[in-house]
Design a protein around this ligand. Structure first.
Ligand code: SF4
Length: 314
């Protein structure tokens, strides 16, 4: 790009910023409900959430692990569950990472359509939050550059993976999900034939879990997406992991499939860390989406027992 073209791009970007500020003012002057949120506040929030998510397991996950321990009959499985629970106590008390694998930072943003982000670039603000959170929280940096060759550590666990939804309102909800490599590596996608139906979904999900064995560090939360397109079904599977353990899909037919799959997964005998037993999964969460007449996409995303996530609303 020549110097003249670069000047034009810079000038356009400056004008874009000025235009955004202008339309924000217009919205306010017309009595609109635009609410300013400084991106510096987003950076501080992401830094805080990075640390809290890595130190403290959510209450619903802890409760489910304790219930699994009460229900578990296999001695080795009981021992593993005891260790997992003790580990979570130590991490919380000493504010140290629940697991050495502090994960890829996955961020889910719900941005109110009446929110006006000011003071800088949102993408940079999010990455800065991760950088600060991981550095100051002494959390391992797990991200590498060019995945098929150099694979140099980026040195600050950036960049995060960011998903955004635009929603009604004037709030910004940020959820952080540090996703471990061991469980993420066991993700699978299948585009089934429509005629494969429910049986095809069950067979594929069970095969994925059985082939994964101890790699995803069970007890698991099993995220399943059904429908949409190839990329959307994997997004659904990941997003389903945000649901609290014990909450079912509001569609009764889907909730019944969650229950059925959970029973089958726990009958597999894999058990905690694949030491045998019935506590292979704490929950199966399914999200669905309408799909094409020729398709039945299914995505499976496994969450390990270090099921870390934390949310803040600005
Ligand atoms: S899969 Fe989860 S528990 Fe296992 S090493 Fe990775 S983060 Fe830790």
């Amino acid at each position: 790009m020549n110097a003249h073209a670069i000047d034009e791009v810079c000038s356009f970007q400056e004008h874009s910023g000025a235009l955004a500020a202008f339309w924000g003012d217009v919205g306010r002057n017309m009595g609109g409900n635009m609410r300013d949120i400084q991106v510096s506040e987003i950076t501080e929030t992401v830094a805080r959430l990075s640390q809290e998510a890595n130190y403290y397991l959510p209450e619903d996950v802890l409760d489910a692990l304790k219930k699994a321990r009460r229900d578990e009959e296999a001695p080795r499985a009981q021992k593993v569950l005891d260790m997992i629970l003790l580990n979570s106590e130590i991490a919380a008390e000493k504010q140290i990472a629940l697991c050495q694998d502090t994960g890829t930072t996955v961020l889910f943003l719900e941005i109110g359509q009446d929110v006006h982000l000011v003071g800088g670039d949102l993408t940079k603000a999010l990455a800065e939050g991760v950088r600060l959170g991981y550095k100051e929280g002494f959390l391992r940096n797990s991200m590498v550059t060019q995945p098929f060759s150099a694979r140099l550590n980026t040195g600050d666990n950036t960049p995060p993976i960011v998903h955004t939804d635009i929603v009604p309102g004037e709030a910004l909800k940020i959820t952080i999900l540090p996703k471990g490599g061991g469980c993420e590596n066991m993700s699978r996608l299948a585009i089934l034939r429509p005629g494969d139906g429910k049986k095809g979904i069950i067979d594929f999900t069970l095969r994925t879990i059985e082939e994964s064995g101890g790699n995803p560090c069970p007890p698991l939360i099993v995220g399943v997406g059904i429908g949409g397109t190839a990329e959307h079904v994997m997004h659904l599977a990941k997003k389903s992991l945000l649901r609290k353990v014990g909450e079912h899909n509001p569609d009764q037919e889907v909730a019944d499939l969650e229950e059925e799959l959970l029973e089958l997964v726990n009958a597999s005998g894999i058990g905690p860390q694949a030491w045998g037993g019935r506590s292979t999964a704490l929950a199966v969460n399914i999200e669905t989406h309408p799909t094409h007449i020729t398709s039945l996409p299914v995505g499976v995303n496994l969450q390990c027992h270090s099921a870390r996530q934390k949310t803040a609303v600005l």
